[in-house]
Design a protein around this ligand. Structure first.
Ligand code: 5GP
Ligand code: ZN
Length: 119
């Protein structure tokens, strides 16, 4: 069924606790944890507990949960005190854009200057 955990999905395993992560915030619908290979002083991933391959398919199937992910991204930025200085929310979508884990996730990057456009 759509949204069900996938046995071969790393982020489903983080949701279930089978793979450890440094969790910084949880809600009924989302989990936020530090990226294992941080690209900025704050680099947190916010994921829905349900499995969808990318942010757009999550938004179509579960718009409220997609909104939860966005809200939690902002909450994490505030919790890490990078909101005043500016931060970036990124949804890499497709391998050509650098997506490597096909479970929807928002990158929250902050705590340093961020160039535009990104590479
Ligand atoms: P993507 O490249 O799909 O947009 O983002 C996937 C992110 O997941 C990468 O930034 C990568 O560093 C991170 N990542 C990959 N494996 C793990 C892991 O086991 N634990 C954590 N916390 N992050 C991971
Ligand atoms: Zn998954």
């Amino acid at each position: 069924m759509a949204g069900e955990p996938q046995a071969d999905c790393l982020f489903c395993k983080i949701v279930s606790g089978d793979v450890p992560a440094t969790v910084v915030k949880e809600t009924d619908t989302t989990v936020a944890f530090r990226d294992i290979n941080p690209q900025a002083p704050t680099h947190v991933l916010v994921i829905p507990r349900v499995h969808y391959p990318d942010a757009a398919s999550l938004a179509v199937a579960e718009p409220q949960i997609a909104a939860d992910v966005l809200r939690e991204a902002a909450e994490v930025a505030a919790q890490d005190k990078v909101d005043a200085g500016g931060y970036r929310i990124v949804f890499n979508t497709g391998s050509g854009a650098g997506q490597t884990v096909f479970h929807a996730h928002a990158h929250v990057l902050g705590g340093r200057g961020l160039n535009w456009p990104p590479g």
